[in-house]
Design a protein around this ligand. Structure first.
Ligand code: KG4
Ligand code: ZN
Length: 336
């Protein structure tokens, strides 16, 4: 069985997965509470927390699987992309286990794994497809020819979609991570109350830019030269701002997914990443893809935010003989 380790950002996770891609055990320790008062992930705090949690998380995963380390025949670890200090904790743990157990080491690209969450959850072949990762760190469209051949069709030139949710939440006086709080605040709000930008939506390019929308929200709250005062909790203004912001992001994401399907000629779309947990996005995307006759897979909510189960993509590498030496390093930057 394959033991997968994930520590790219602020979740420490482990999963035990058999060759039929059945999840035998999984464990995730989130650090949201540690970073909340800073309004974002503090890298140094994240890596220290990973050090404390990594072994208990692996133990918990094995306990849930009713397995022991003796059942592990390979260890996989997400070594790119992410925060350098966070990645190093997972990689070091994985290498130590490989040496101790004398089993092969497999590398996982965290972003590709977000798409593969759809494969694990559905149990059916999803390739070839357009892969779409909408997370706190990435908003990327991929041409996924096979599990081992991903090429980038387009990404964000500034903020990621999740980052826009997080920054806008902070403007609106909502806690970190902003996505789920904006979703809740938007209930009952009018998505047409404010017209926020849908950047590049009507252009050919498959790129995203979300920094302008955050600025637009800022000026909707307080005109230039005046101080930002967050709308009162529970107010109609807060609900309208949240709903209008969310709708602008959703429109942009759906429009670009459609354009990528057109560009590739594929009829399957696979979506993952934290923002794909958003109910409004899921419902509207489902309706639109149904209309277009596109086969749509959205990762289940618990596999949208960071987890180790999606690292099951390592089975594909293992089967293809793609194992790593103990020289394997972390690659924090976006790998293509
Ligand atoms: O995939 P993820 O856990 O971490 C990265 O790899 O980045 O994504 C985290 C991001 C955060 O920005 C968070 O605000 C966003 O996903 N998110 C959501 C929702 N749940 C999480 N955004 C919108 N609506 C949600 N329900
Ligand atoms: Zn992620």
């Amino acid at each position: 069985m394959l033991l997968v380790i994930e520590s790219t950002c602020d979740e420490t996770a482990a999963a035990l997965i058999d060759e039929q891609l059945q999840v035998r055990g999984s464990s995730v320790a989130t650090q949201d509470a540690l970073h909340q008062r800073f309004g974002g992930v503090v890298p140094e705090i994240a890596s220290r927390a990973h050090v404390e949690r990594i072994l208990p998380v692996i133990d918990e995963c094995l306990r849930r699987a009713k397995a022991t380390l003796r059942d592990v025949t390979a260890v996989a670890v997400a070594n790119t992309p992410g925060l350098a200090g966070s990645l190093l904790v997972g990689l070091s743990a994985a290498k130590a286990l490989c040496v101790a157990l004398d089993v092969p080491l497999v590398a996982v690209n965290h972003i590709h794994a977000h798409v593969y969450a759809c494969r694990v959850a559905s149990g059916v072949d999803i390739f070839p497809c357009v892969g779409f990762v909408v997370s706190g760190g990435h908003t990327t469209l991929f041409n996924c020819r096979s599990p081992l051949e991903f090429t980038v069709l387009g990404g964000t030139i500034d903020d990621a979609a999740g980052e826009a949710f997080d920054k806008t939440a902070s403007l609106l006086g909502l806690p970190y991570p902003g996505g789920p709080y904006i979703e809740k605040a938007a209930v009952g709000g009018d998505p047409k109350a404010f017209r926020f930008p849908r950047t590049f939506l009507n252009e050919e390019r498959l790129e995203f830019s979300f920094s302008g929308i955050k600025t637009a929200v800022r000026y909707a709250i307080a005109p230039q030269g005046t101080e930002v005062v967050a709308p009162p909790p529970g107010s109609k203004l807060l609900a309208d701002l949240a709903a209008s912001f969310q709708q602008a992001v959703v429109d942009t994401l759906i429009g670009k997914a459609e354009a990528a399907l057109k560009r590739t000629g594929y009829s399957t779309l696979c979506v993952g990443g934290g923002v794909a947990a958003n109910g409004s996005f899921r419902t509207q995307l489902e309706a639109r893809m149904k209309k277009l006759g596109v086969r749509l897979f959205i990762a289940p909510r618990e596999l949208c935010t960071d987890n180790a189960v999606m690292g099951a993509i390592a089975w594909e590498r293992l089967r293809a003989g793609l194992v790593e030496s103990l020289e394997l390093d972390v690659v924090p930057g976006l790998e293509r």
